[in-house]
Design a protein around this ligand. Sequence first.
Ligand code: PLP
Length: 382
Amino acid sequence: MEFRGRPLESVKVKKVIRLSKSCLGESEKQAVLGVLESEYLGMGKEVQYFEEELTKFFGRPALCVANGTAALHLSLQAAGVGLGDEILVQSLTYVASFQAISATGAKPVSCDINSNTFCFDWRDAESRLTSKTKAIMPVHYSGGVGDLSEIYAFAKKYRLRVIEDAAHAFGSEHLGRRIGSFGDIACFSFDGIKNITAGEGGAVLTSDANLIQKMQDGRLLGVKKDTEQRASNQRSWDFDVENQGYRFHMSNINAGIGIEQLKRIESFKEKRQFIAKRYIKRLTNINEIELLNFNYSEIIPHIFVIKVENRNGLRDYLLKLGIECGLHYKPNHMLKMYTDPLIALPITENIYNKVISLPCHVDLKLSEQNYVISKIEEFYNV
Ligand SMILES: *Cc1c(COP(=O)(O)O)cnc(C)c1O
């Protein structure tokens, strides 16, 4: 097969064991073709249908946007976060969480993590409360949610809004309930490598109808009630705008992919959990390796992270063998934009250069995973 005169093989990523990847079938391709043939590529019926399917999946209203960062940004703004406010957020997260906060004019206040789960440590956050603190943003690191019930109790005590960065946690559960189906506000990402993808995309889940209304307008440049028009492939011509808005809506092309991916969530879940459990079984006996404490029958691992001695040595070793690894993440309080000389985060600072993420995606073959594991064993002489 060819693509733009190049053999298809050369267009694809070269032969390595990939850290993560999209897993796409014929149905996603047909969905995109269908949208292209409709010649209505913007936000329209497909997006509305994807929202309806997500609403059924979670049992409460879902709102689709352009990406996960936009979901966080829009949620914060709709919750009234702005200039002068402070948001407590763990430093160990993708910079998207921090950028979404600073985009509203608010200040992200770096917090430490729980050493067993790398999720939000509300006790540390409590020590950073000020009169300006308006909300917290726990990040569901690698798909786990840590002490989510305690985190909500903490937020309730101090009357803080909770914007869950659930980008890693689509399909994960906590005490038998799906993440996103309960709580204040949960934001998901459907970027190319997340648990389900829409190519690019994001969603906000909340029971707050007022918030949904604000975000419906906010994602379409603040144009009031434009969402309703677009559901029938129309748009508003005579409209009013009251608030700052953004071009944050989702396109029909992306929704088409997302709808098909959502149908496959159960099989994606099984495969990702299977991969994590196999890693644990084989790596648990290596003394130099520490595993995170998650229940892999409850959560869907988005990334599989281990804490090791000689992280950089292991990383170079695996990379040379064609095994991709990830570093999740360089802490945000170490980035120039968010640096704070007064802040000390002992756990985050102790672990960040010891963590490494191993290949974990739905298309990972058993033989590939065996190869990864055997090379790690070789590195540590077991
Ligand atoms: C992917 C991701 C986001 C943002 O999602 P995008 O769709 O890429 O904008 C936010 N937070 C975390 C932790 C992520 O991994």
